[in-house]
Design a protein around this ligand. Structure first.
Ligand SMILES: Cc1cc2nc3c(=O)[nH]c(=O)nc-3n(C[C@H](O)[C@H](O)[C@H](O)COP(=O)(O)O)c2cc1C
Length: 394
């Protein structure tokens, strides 16, 4: 998917230089072509040879080195880049670019490129909070340069505060989002639900299910990357939400219902991948239920059927449900599609160990209300998400 894409990574002289290697490695695994420009300071931390090995390309450090090709490099790289990523970005390089200085290969290439430039600053908290640095960042943002906000935490210098380079996966996610070739959901509002819900028994205990939310998060990320405005209502409080998605964490079926109904009217596409609890304890105990020598009987009552309700309220929305079945997969899924007035249903067989709950892969059928059945091979949940939107947009 990213084979024809090129990211030029500018590496500058911060203590987090070594982390850029993981970013490059992850981008390469996605098929992205990576070309590295290091500032002279960056080479004092990690050698260009290391970056050369990881990026599988020559690393450029010196603007005046004997050219290896006839092309003028700062122009050719500036033109070749689909994205320029500066990670880690020092206070110095941010200041230089903000003030029009182009005195080395990196700053010159930044100046010469028409590609989007994303800075991932990393520095000591006091440096980051310095009003001069902040003003430079604001100025660059006004000119359309993008920034990945640094993390807070314990820094290399021992200080605690903002200034850490975010995890490689956060930086990679931001780059891939920008490189994503399909932008066919621009202007669309997509509502996704994910994860399990919890049905409380008492203040300590609850009933839940094995859903991890991975499928829903993959759907939300796919929608975001295709340009949609995404709201994710999630019962999975242990997954990190990708940037640029409105995340609403909920616990119970009722909370999920309330949030979904709040956003339903204004949504164009609604994908309900959450495994919402069908039953809840009839009598919630405010006090912790004490252990006795006897068995404990819990009476359960039906909880809200949110999908059924959405099907009834449906106007122009495209409504997609999930059917996690352990038997008669297609038959049960088709019944659910009709009974709940859905446009599509994604049916998966949860008995397979390689796919389904908790796994990074899934094996599904996408069934449309027109009777089309798209049987997908086993694939990553992200690829399933892509196929769901391809089917919707077909
Ligand atoms: C050990 C060490 C660590 C440094 N870490 C950082 C850093 O994390 N962020 C930063 O902005 N500058 C850091 N600096 C300062 C930069 O290396 C210095 O500003 C340099 O001029 C940056 O050059 P460049 O922007 O051309 O790479 C560090 C310096 C040293 C000696």
């Amino acid at each position: 998917m990213y084979e024809d894409k090129c990211v030029v990574i500018g590496v500058t002289g911060g203590i987090a230089v070594y982390k850029a290697l993981d970013v490059i490695s992850a981008l390469r695994k996605k098929g992205v072509k990576t070309k590295v420009i290091m500032t002279e300071s960056a080479t004092k931390f990690v050698t260009p040879l290391t970056f050369q090995s990881i990026s599988q390309n020559m690393v450029i450090t010196d603007m005046f080195a004997e050219p290896k090709a006839w092309k003028i490099q700062h122009i050719s790289l500036a033109q070749e880049a689909d994205i320029m990523l500066i990670a880690p970005a020092t206070a110095n390089v941010i200041g230089k670019v903000a003030n029009g200085i182009a005195d080395d290969m990196l700053t010159t290439t930044i100046m010469a490129t028409k590609a989007k430039v994303i800075f991932s600053p990393a520095m000591n908290t006091n440096m980051y909070e310095n009003p001069i640095v902040q003003e430079n960042i604001e100025k660059l943002k006004r000119f359309g340069y993008e920034f990945i906000e640094p993390d807070s935490g314990r820094l290399a210098c021992g200080d605690i505060g903002k200034g850490k380079l975010p995890k490689p996966e956060v930086i990679v996610d931001e780059v891939l989002k920008n490189l994503y070739p399909k932008k066919d959901l621009v202007g669309k509002k997509v509502l996704v639900t994910a994860g399990p819900t919890k049905a409380p028994i008492d203040p300590v205990r609850y009933i839940t299910n094995r859903s991890t939310g991975k499928m829903g998060y993959a759907i939300a990320t796919e929608a975001r990357d295709r340009g949609a405005e995404v709201t994710l209502v999630s019962g999975a409080d242990f997954l990190e939400c990708p940037k640029g998605i409105e995340l609403i964490n909920v616990q119970t079926n009722s909370e999920m219902r309330e949030e979904v109904l709040k956003h339903y009217k204004n949504s164009d596409i609604v994908i309900k991948s959450a495994a919402v609890a069908d039953y809840k304890p009839k009598n919630y105990s405010k006090e912790k239920i004490k252990k006795t020598g006897d068995d404990l009987k819990l009476e359960l009552e039906r909880d809200n059927d949110i999908l059924l309700e959405l099907g009834k309220l449906k106007k122009n929305q495209i409504l997609v449900g999930f059917a996690a079945e352990s038997n008669s997969l297609l038959e049960n899924a088709n019944k659910k599609l009709k009974n709940k007035n859905l446009d599509f249903i994604v049916a998966n067989d949860i008995t397979s160990k390689e796919t389904g709950f908790g796994s990074d892969n899934n094996k599904v059928f996408i069934i449309s209300k027109n009777g089309k059945v798209d049987e997908l091979d086993t694939m990553s949940k992200r690829d399933v998400a892509r196929s769901i939107f391809d089917n919707i947009l077909e």
